[in-house]
Design a protein around this ligand. Sequence first.
Ligand SMILES: Nc1ncnc2c1ncn2[C@@H]1O[C@H](COP(=O)(O)OP(=O)(O)OP(=O)(O)O)[C@@H](O)[C@H]1O
Ligand SMILES: [Mg+2]
Length: 276
Amino acid sequence: MATVSQLKSARPSHSGKTQTLIELAHAGVTFQSRTGDALVAVEDFNLRIQDGEIVSLVGPSGCGKSTVLRMLAGLQQPTTGDIWIGGGRQRRGFSEVAIVFQRPTLLPWLSVLKNVLYPVRALRRTTAADRSRAQELLEVVGLGDMGARMPHELSGGMQQRASIARSLILDPKILLMDEPFGALDALTREDLQLDLLDIHASTGKTILLVTHSINEAVLLSDRVAVMSTRPGRLQELISIDIPTPRSHETPAHPAFHHYAGRIRDDIFGPNARSRA
Ligand SMILES: Nc1ncnc2c1ncn2[C@@H]1O[C@H](COP(=O)(O)OP(=O)(O)OP(=O)(O)O)[C@@H](O)[C@H]1O
Ligand SMILES: [Mg+2]
């Protein structure tokens, strides 16, 4: 992958991880069905995320992980509690937040470069500086020579790389990722995990990542938030005290399996490991 040094000038430092950037305070979401039944998806959810942190959200299917992410993106209003981002209340959308979904969401009629530029185009006319930033971002995600291609000419992994480049074009402070590597083969997934760490190291983005992979959560995160089954609450918040920068060697660190086992116990119960 290309280096990300080009981006350093955009965000020179992210020293100290002491400032709260995101806060969910007693946040909850209840959905009303057409028949009038209420479904409590998320309940009394409390979490503070510091500027520059990588936090993973793990938990059983249907426990409300995507709902938490959607609240932070302003796509879902909390029915109870509050969401704060950078000290302000999150109401409807927030320009400093970008979201990456499980499946790449490129527009098929635009070239890869134009897809990366699309969020700018939706706001205003693009400039030469925007185009060179889009090209830089493509280089960052290893697609420097793919800008003129059409999305269907790219593999799934390459499309997801382009989606990540696009999520960074407006230089958001916060990257929300909903199982971004879930649809990829194991090798591509490993590659993209390490690329994400590189991007984080050079840009200092605050990242909240939903993943079904416990190992991915331990590898990438400063802290892992484990959610309980529906209604989703925060069950445990675990600091991953494994040195950074992380690499493909990190899973061999003696503490790695300790953390992975602890998260597995939280999700499946302490007897699950002996059954596995
Ligand atoms: N718009 C909606 N209307 C009604 N119910 C919804 C809506 N969105 C989500 N739900 C319900 O809320 C609960 C939480 O859903 P959510 O998608 O947040 O779970 P999740 O943890 O992301 O699951 P998965 O791991 O399978 O992606 C589920 O029971 C789901 O059916
Ligand atoms: Mg989900």
